[in-house]
Design a protein around this ligand. Structure first.
Ligand code: UDP
Ligand code: MG
Length: 320
């Protein structure tokens, strides 16, 4: 690890030849203005255009530029993870390559970090230049996730954020494969705060998040931080069984007081409700076990210690 590097800027890049030069220039301008050692860690996520060549050019000419060139497209979240693995700064900033996340926000994030926060995430107050569909789906998704997730994942924040080295190290210890990085950051804990900004339009090029990738990302988010969907069928099953019992009681009442008799179709409805309900409840029960197996398979550590007091040897290990 290079102890001198104060800040690492991690930039996942996929087919961004149209904007990458502006991004590079702006990041340099902002970081030069801060006046401390920094590195720009570009992760080329298997771009099929000239992005890789352009980035190689920077890495040759500029010693502050590092380039991690993937063998193929592994996806945004994996690219971010790789960037963190290679970053050596005391604070690591993750930022998109298309200038939708304004680099001018970085000094404000750094100021918060200096105040003692370990995670500073950028919260968008508005999104410009994106389709109504994208805005609406993103809005709905973040709220749904907030409502179901087991950890508090802040709404309307992307991956644009600053992480202290300690947080980075903890994230690197999480071995799971389907990574939803912003959820993991919430899960890790420590002192977290936000700065607000208006999300700009993409400077050029097109979104690299087609519906397919958006779905994959939201499913990763949902399934990694909530097992509620697995348990849905228990609730549905219990409701159906309840309905079956209620209906049977009503019919029995009618028979005993009104002299009517149980006809074939009524029996079928009652049995149908009872059996379907029982099956769904049983599937939900299996879901409980699967949820626990999944928790074990994720292999996350049980807890993360911020600091130890009165335990000299351990405290030394945990120190920054
Ligand atoms: N990206 C990536 N791999 C992918 C898709 C996207 O590294 O498979 C990068 C992309 O270059 C950009 C960031 O992830 O820096 C966010 O992607 P994009 O701007 O297309 O998403 P949007 O802002 O439309 O949600
Ligand atoms: Mg974008």
């Amino acid at each position: 690890m290079n102890a001198e590097t104060k800040y690492s800027i991690v930039v996942p890049v996929y087919n961004e030849e149209a904007v990458i030069h502006d991004t590079y220039r702006e990041l340099k301008a902002v970081m030069d203005g801060i006046g401390e050692r920094y590195e720009l860690v570009f992760v080329n996520d298997g771009s099929r255009d000239r992005t890789a060549d352009i980035l190689k050019g920077y890495a040759e000419r500029d010693r502050d530029v590092k380039l991690i060139d993937f063998s193929r497209n592994f996806g945004h979240q994996i690219a971010i993870t790789a960037g963190m693995d290679y970053a050596s700064g005391e604070a690591v900033v993750v930022i998109d390559a298309d200038l939708q996340d304004p680099p001018s926000l970085i000094p404000r994030m750094i100021a918060k970090w200096r105040e003692g926060y370990d995670v500073v995430y950028a919260k968008r107050t508005a999104r410009k230049g994106e389709t109504a569909f994208k805005r609406w789906t993103a809005h709905a998704f973040y709220r749904l996730l907030q409502a179901t997730a087991d950890v508090d994942i802040p709404v309307d924040t992307g991956d644009f954020r600053l992480l202290d080295r300690r947080v980075c190290e903890e994230l690197r210890r999480l071995p799971e494969k389907n990574r939803y990085v912003r959820g993991l950051v919430s899960w890790v804990g420590f002192r977290q705060t936000s700065v607000e900004y208006v999300r700009d339009e993409r400077l050029a090029g097109e979104t690299q998040y087609p519906l397919r990738k958006m779905l994959k990302l939201s499913l990763d988010g949902m399934t990694s931080f909530s097992s509620k969907p697995l348990k849905l069928s228990t609730t549905a099953g219990l409701l159906l069984m309840g309905a079956g019992i209620l209906y049977a009681l009503i019919e029995l009442g009618a028979i005993s007081f009104g002299g009517a008799s149980f006809s074939g179709w009524q029996t079928v409805i009652v049995l149908q409700l009872l059996f379907t309900g029982f099956l769904l409840a049983a599937i939900g029960m299996a879901g409980e076990y699967i949820g626990r197996i999944y928790d074990e398979a994720k292999g996350r550590p049980l807890y993360i210690v911020r600091e130890c007091y009165g335990l000299p040897e351990r405290a030394a290990n945990a120190a920054k």
